[in-house]
Ligand binder design. Structure first.
Ligand code: RUQ
Ligand code: CUA
Length: 662
C-alpha cells in the first residue's frame, strides 16, 4: 500500500505532467525523470494516453485487482485475464485438447473428462464457448468454480478454481444446441443451460414440416454438488419449451430469487428454406414486432419434480411443456423485437432486455409480473403458455441507439448496455430503489464509441447482487484497424473502459488472438484461493484426491503381468529435477502399457512435462501431481521421452528411452 502522502506527491507530479502535455510542451516536472518527457514526446502520447497508461500499467511482481474469465469462443477454451493490466494469465483447456496443460494428450483422467462430453460416442474435440459463469453464494461470486457452455454441442463444463482445470463435461442428452448458459442460480443450486436452435428432443430426426409438433426448446437445470464439485444428473431436470429459439437467460436474485428469465428470437417458428422459395431465416425470424420473454419459476418446477410430474427422457427428468404451462412454471411476456440479452438488476427487481432490432432496452418489473400472474391477466399462446400483457409488466423503455444487446450494472445505479450496430457503450440511469443521486431515472446518460461491433460487456462483480463499478470491458467482435495486421483473420478486441469518474474513458485495447469470445465475468482477485502446488505428493488433479498410484521416491518400479491373454506392463515413475526414474522402459510390441508418473517436487512452479513422441502423449505434471497414461505399444521402435518444461540447467538431460521390441 502506498502512503497517502506519497500518493499525493505522485498525483501532483502527474497533474503537472498532464498539464504540461496539454500545453503541448514537455516542461520538466519536478520528481519525474526527464526520460518520461522524452518518451511522451517521442511516442507522441496525448495526456489521455498518459493517464490511461498509468491506470493500466502493472509493475512487475504486483497483481491485478480483478481477474476476468472470458470465453475463448470456438477455440473451446477459457481465457484468464488480469484487470486493469489486461495481461493474459492463462488459457484453460476445456472442450479442446490443450497441450501446455497436457489436457487431452494421453493422460487417462483428462481424456476421460473430454470423453464424457462426446455425443453418442462421437469424439468432439472442440467447442463453441459462450458464457462463463462463476459459482455464487447468496448472489456473490465465491471464487470456487467456473462453468461454461458449448453452443455447438449443448454441453456444460465444470472448472475447479483450486487448480483452474476442467473437471467435468456434461453432454445434454436431449439437446444438440444451446446458448443461454451457463449461468447460475444465486447459491449455485443449479447451473442453467438455455437452448438455442430448436430440434426434436434427443436430436432425433423429424422433417421440418413437423416443426411445430416435433421441434422443441429445452431449458436444463444442472444440479450442482458443491462437495463433489460435479454436476449431479440425478437431481437435474429439464423444462420443455416451444420451438421459439430461446436465446440468453439470466437468473432472478434477491426479490426475484427462484425465477429465471430467457429471451426468444423465433416466435415466428420460421424454418428457413430460401432455396425452396421460403423467406430466409433472417427475415422469417424477424416478422413479429414482439417475441416472448420466458418467465420461469424454478422453485415451482422443483415442486413438480418432487410430485413426480415429469417424464424421464434419455436419463434425465423432463417437465413437459403442457405441464409447465398448466402448473404455473412457465409464463411469457411480449418483448420487442428479436431481442438478445436479458439481464437482471442487482436487487432482482428489474429485468432488462436488449431489443437488438429495436433501439430500446425494455425494463420489466418483477413485482408487476407477479401481480399480473396473481390477477390471472393473460391469454395463451398456441402451446397453452400464459402470455402476460406487455403494458401490465413493463416498467420503462429507454431509447439507447442501434442494436442494444447486453447490459451490466455498476454500484451507483447505472446500467451499461452494448450497442452492436452503433459500436458504442450506452450508460443509462436505473430508476426505483437505484436512484439515490437525484438523477432522472430511466434515461440515457452518455455513449462512448468502441472499436468495433461490441457484443457482450462485462463488469467487475457484474452479475452479483453487489457490482463493484470502476470498469467495464467491451468485448468487441471486430478490431479492423486497431492492431498490426496479421493477415485477413483479425484479432478480436477487448477494450477496458474506466467508469469510475463522471465520464466513461477508454483505457486499453487488448487483442484476442483466439476464437471469438462472447461473455466474460470479472471477480475480485482476492476471492480466488488457488493451490500454489498440489496439497500433497501424489495428487490426482481430476479426482482432486490422493492417487492410489502415486509413486514415492525409492519406490519406482516396473511390473509385467499377463492379463486377458496379453502382456501388461505397468510403470510407477517419479519426476524430479532433473530426471525421470526409471529412465529405461522396455516393452514388446503389442504390450498394453499403464504408466503412472508422479512429480515429487514441492517447490512452486517446478512443473515437469512428459512427452512421448510418436504416441501422441504429452503431459503436464505440476508439483505434487500424479498422472496416468494407458496405451497399446502398437509401434515398435526407439522412442525418447523427455521433459517439455525447461525446469533446470539439466532439463535437456531429463529424458529416457521407451524401447519397443519388434
Ligand atoms: S452471445 S454477443 Cu452471449 Cu453468445 Cu451476445
Ligand atoms: Cu523437468 Cu525439464
Amino acid at each position: 500500500m502506498m502512503h497517502g502522502k506519497a500518493k499525493g506527491v505522485i498525483l501532483g507530479v502527474l497533474m503537472a505532467l498532464v498539464a504540461a502535455c496539454a500545453r503541448g510542451r514537455a516542461t520538466p516536472v519536478a520528481g519525474l525523470p526527464a526520460e518520461a518527457q522524452t518518451v511522451i514526446r517521442e511516442r507522441g502520447l496525448s495526456p489521455e494516453d498518459v493517464v490511461a497508461a498509468l491506470r493500466t500499467y502493472m509493475p512487475g511482481g504486483k497483481y491485478d485487482e480483478y481477474v476476468m474469465f472470458s470465453s475463448g469462443g470456438h477455440s473451446g477454451q477459457v481465457l484468464v485475464i488480469g484487470i486493469p493490466s489486461m495481461r493474459l494469465l492463462k488459457v484453460i483447456g476445456v472442450f479442446t485438447p490443450e497441450p501446455w496443460q497436457g489436457y487431452g494428450f494421453g493422460e487417462k483422467g483428462t481424456l476421460e473428462v473430454l470423453a464424457e462430453g462426446f455425443a453418442r460416442g462421437k469424439p468432439l474435440l472442440w467447442g463453441d464457448t459462450h458464457h462463463p459463469a462463476l459459482s455464487e453464494t447468496e448472489g456473490e461470486y465465491d471464487g470456487q468454480f467456473l462453468f461454461i457452455n458449448d453452443k455447438a454441442n449443448a454441453r456444460l463444463a465444470v472448472i475447479d478454481l483450486r487448480d483452474f482445470e476442467t473437471k467435468q463435461i456434461v453432454k445434454n442428452p436431449n439437446a444438440i444446441s444451446d446458448h443461454g448458459g451457463g449461468f447460475v442460480t444465486p447459491n449455485t443450486e443449479y447451473v442453467v443451460e438455455g437452448p438455442q436452435y430448436a430440434a426434436p428432443i434427443g436430436w432425433e430426426y423429424a422433417p421440418l414440416d413437423q416443426y411445430k409438433d416435433k421441434y422443441r426448446g429445452l431449458l436444463t437445470f444442472w444440479a450442482f454438488d458443491r462437495q463433489k464439485g460435479r454436476v449431479d444428473l440425478d437431481r437435474s431436470f429439464q423444462i420443455e419449451l416451444p420451438p421459439y429459439w430461446q436465446d440468453l437467460c439470466d437468473a432472478g436474485k434477491k426479490v426475484s430469487y427462484g425465477w429465471v428469465f430467457c429471451n426468444s428470437i423465433n416466435t415466428e417458428m420460421a424454418t428457413g428454406g430460401i432455396e425452396e422459395g421460403n423467406p430466409p431465416f433472417e427475415a422469417g425470424t424477424a416478422k413479429n414486432e414482439m417475441d416472448y420473454l420466458h418467465i420461469i419459476n424454478w422453485k415451482k418446477a422443483e415442486e413438480l419434480i418432487r410430485a413426480g410430474k415429469y417424464e424421464v427422457i434419455n436419463g434425465i427428468k423432463v417437465i413437459r411443456l403442457e405441464t409447465a404451462a398448466r402448473e404455473g412454471v412457465l409464463f411469457f411476456a411480449p418483448e420487442p423485437k428479436s431481442p438478445h440479452g436479458v439481464d437482471v438488476a442487482p436487487g432482482g427487481e428489474y429485468i432488462v432486455v436488449g431489443g437488438k432490432l429495436d433501439p430500446h432496452v425494455t425494463i420489466y418489473s418483477f413485482e408487476k409480473i407477479q401481480k399480473a400472474i396473481a390477477a390471472g391477466n393473460f391469454e395463451r399462446d398456441p402451446f397453452g403458455v400464459p402470455v402476460l400483457r406487455f403494458e401490465d409488466v413493463k416498467e420503462a423503455q429507454v431509447e439507447l441507439g442501434l442494436g442494444p444487446l447486453h447490459t451490466v450494472f455498476d454500484d451507483k445505479g447505472y446500467a451499461y448496455t452494448s450497442l452492436f450496430l452503433d459500436s458504442a457503450v450506452a450508460k443509462w440511469s436505473l430508476g426505483g430503489p437505484y436512484r439515490k443521486d437525484g438523477a432522472e431515472p430511466w434515461k440515457l446518460v452518455e455513449k462512448l464509441p468502441v472499436h468495433y461491433n461490441i457484443g457482450h460487456i462485462a463488469a467487475p462483480e457484474g452479475d452479483t447482487v453487489s457490482p463493484d463499478g470502476k470498469y467495464v470491458v467491451a468485448l468487441n467482435k471486430w478490431s479492423v484497424d486497431r492492431f498490426q495486421p496479421v493477415g485477413p483473420l483479425h484479432p478480436q478486441n477487448f477494450q477496458l473502459i474506466d467508469i469510475s469518474g463522471g465520464k466513461m474513458r477508454l483505457l486499453y485495447d487488448m487483442p484476442i488472438g483466439i476464437g471469438e469470445p462472447h461473455y466474460a465475468q470479472i471477480i475480485k482477485a482476492d476471492k480466488l484461493k488457488p493451490f500454489l502446488v498440489y496439497p500433497e505428493i501424489g495428487w490426482n488433479a481430476v479426482k482432486m484426491a490422493k492417487d492410489p498410484n502415486a509413486t514415492e521416491a525409492g519406490r519406482e518400479r516396473v511390473e509385467v503381468r499377463e492379463e486377458g491373454g496379453r502382456r501388461v506392463v505397468e510403470i510407477w515413475m517419479t519426476a524430479v529435477r532433473s530426471h525421470f526414474k526409471p529412465e529405461r522402459v522396455k516393452v514388446r510390441k503389442g504390450d498394453h502399457v499403464i504408466w503412472h508418473i508422479t512429480n515429487i517436487e514441492r517447490a512452486r512452479d517446478a512443473t515437469h512435462g512428459f512427452a512421448l513422441g510418436g504416441y501422441n502423449i504429452n503431459l503436464s505434471l505440476e508439483p505434487g501431481e500424479t498422472a496416468t497414461i494407458e496405451f497399446d505399444a502398437d509401434q515398435s521402435g526407439t522412442f525418447p521421452f523427455y521433459c517439455t518444461e525447461f525446469c533446470s540447467a539439466l532439463h535437456l538431460e531429463m529424458m529416457g528411452y521407451f524401447l519397443v521390441e519388434p
